[in-house]
Design a binder for this molecule. Structure first.
Ligand code: GSH
Length: 216
């Protein structure tokens, strides 16, 4: 079978989650490094979001769809449980992370550091202070979720975990994010344990945001 091609960036959290899927499943894949909103991304994703996938003559966008496709196309280990309730819980955590937690932790908090809207380009202190209650509340929810087993769902690694870990990795690179994680003992242990996995070590992104395409 042709190797899947992921078009995205090593610095993008959503690209990182898909690379983790490939690494955990031992899929031979290529990463085509592209800046945000690159023409090659728009060629597949109508709104220019990365990652996108090309697999032979098949093209796909949206990370959750890509993860599901790869999980079903390649042999075990499976990252989406077969059990109905565990599958539903996996969907639940992916959904809340992608629609709410990513918005708070990355698009609002982290972006106030790496892509601030301030006139002089310094971190947006007002935006950081304003988002901190929500950031801490969401970290607390995650802390309680992983407390019983060290996983978001059941007692096995699922895509729910692989989808969250790149976000935690980015958020702990900024000071308030690091201290919020340190204050959440179960989540801190979860983060330390799973980022020690070979899949994470092999895909560790360099610091800093993805580049933006000069054509965007
Ligand atoms: N819903 C999309 C979100 C992907 C996404 O937002 N990717 C970011 C990079 S981590 C991106 O391409 N941002 C470009 C932009 O919004 O301009 C998915 O799950 O794939």
């Amino acid at each position: 079978m042709t190797a899947p091609e992921i078009i995205g960036s090593i610095r993008s959290t959503y690209t990182h989650a898909i690379r983790l899927v490939c690494e955990e499943k031992g899929i031979d894949y290529t990463l085509t490094e592209r800046p945000l909103r690159a023409p090659e991304v728009y060629a597949i994703h109508p709104f220019g979001k990365m990652p996108v996938l090309r697999h032979g003559d098949f093209e796909l966008f949206e990370s959750k769809a890509i993860a599901t496709y790869l999980d079903r196309s390649f042999p075990a280990p499976y990252l989406f449980p077969a059990d109905l309730r565990l599958a539903a819980l996996t969907e639940q955590w992916i959904s809340v992370v992608n629609t709410l937690i990513d918005h708070t932790l990355i698009r609002t908090y982290l972006f106030a550091y790496i892509a601030p809207k301030t006139a002089d380009g310094t971190p947006d202190r007002a935006a950081i202070d304003a988002v901190m209650p929500a950031l801490r509340a969401q970290i607390d929810v995650l802390d309680r979720a992983v407390a019983p087993t060290g996983y978001l769902v059941g007692d096995h690694l699922t895509f729910a975990d692989l989808n969250l870990l790149p976000i935690l990795h980015r958020v702990q690179q900024a000071p308030e994010g690091a201290s919020a994680l340190a204050d959440a003992p179960h989540l801190a242990r979860y983060y330390a344990q799973h980022t020690a996995r070979p899949s994470f070590r092999r895909t560790m992104p360099p610091a800093g945001p993805p580049r933006r395409s000069s054509t965007s």
